[in-house]
Design a protein around this ligand. Structure first.
Ligand SMILES: C[S@@+](CC[C@H](N)C(=O)[O-])C[C@H]1O[C@@H](n2cnc3c(N)ncnc32)[C@H](O)[C@@H]1O
Length: 217
């Protein structure tokens, strides 16, 4: 492993805003249901950024909405280190990180614990629909931990993922809250949508159009 990666992994273990929980057979389960009371120590709503990478969205939204709590979730520690150290150095008390597979979210959050979900530039998985974070399998998982009617917010460069998400919404008869085919053409000054992630910047450089869809679960 490259030295810088190893150093980041070592540092991650010491960061108080990071929970690393990749051992699912542990006899010591994650204390789900305690995010408000024990971790954030307030009653503010909990918002998840899934596939957070370097967590630009959690940092950006966390500043826009100081009365909401944010949790960035990803399995890649090297990327998460960037967001976690930034949040720490900026003294952000409303942001935490969970290094885990999204597939196991119900081991970390209990029923009704989550109030909003953001998915930014997650992989479209050309041949593996079940791995897409807006697939029926994942929506079923989110229902186990989310309050009723919460918004799932997807921002993507991928036509495949955007169209697939539309199909799932239609099949499941879900309500669309907002649907934007070209974010920078239609609403360039939207404070939530103009936060840019590492992958978004790459796609913009390559001339891709950025799409956004928000729907109720
Ligand atoms: C293309 S990157 C996007 C990262 C970031 N959102 C951005 O826009 O820069 C996709 C991320 O999703 C994460 N990811 C995809 N599926 C996952 C899963 N099932 N569990 C945890 N992380 C996942 C990967 O580790 C990776 O960091």
């Amino acid at each position: 492993m490259p030295k810088i990666k190893q150093r980041r992994f070592d540092e991650m273990r010491k960061l108080e805003n990071v929970f690393e929980w990749t051992d699912y057979n542990s006899s010591n389960p994650f204390p789900k249901g305690t995010w408000n009371k024990k971790i954030f120590k307030n009653d503010n709503p909990i918002v998840l950024e899934l596939a957070c990478g370097k967590a630009e969205y959690s940092v950006g939204l966390g500043k826009l909405y100081p009365n909401k709590n944010f949790v960035g979730v990803d399995i890649k520690g090297n990327r998460m280190w960037v967001g976690a150290t930034k949040a720490k150095s900026q003294g952000m008390n409303n942001l935490r990180f969970l290094r885990a597979y999204i597939d196991h979210l119900d081991q970390f959050f209990c029923e009704n614990e989550v109030s909003e979900i953001w998915v930014l530039f997650s992989d479209p998985y050309i041949n593996k629909e079940r791995k897409r974070l807006t697939s029926p399998k994942f929506l079923e998982l989110y229902r186990k931990i989310a309050k009723r009617g919460i918004s799932i917010n997807l921002k993507t460069d991928s036509d495949l993922l955007y169209e697939f998400t539309h199909e799932v919404i239609e099949e499941e008869n879900l309500e669309i809250y907002r649907d934007i085919k070209d974010v920078y053409e239609e609403c360039p000054d939207d404070p939530q949508l103009s936060i840019q992630t590492y992958y978004e910047k790459m796609h913009l450089k390559n001339g891709k159009k950025i799409k956004f869809i928000s729907f109720g679960l």
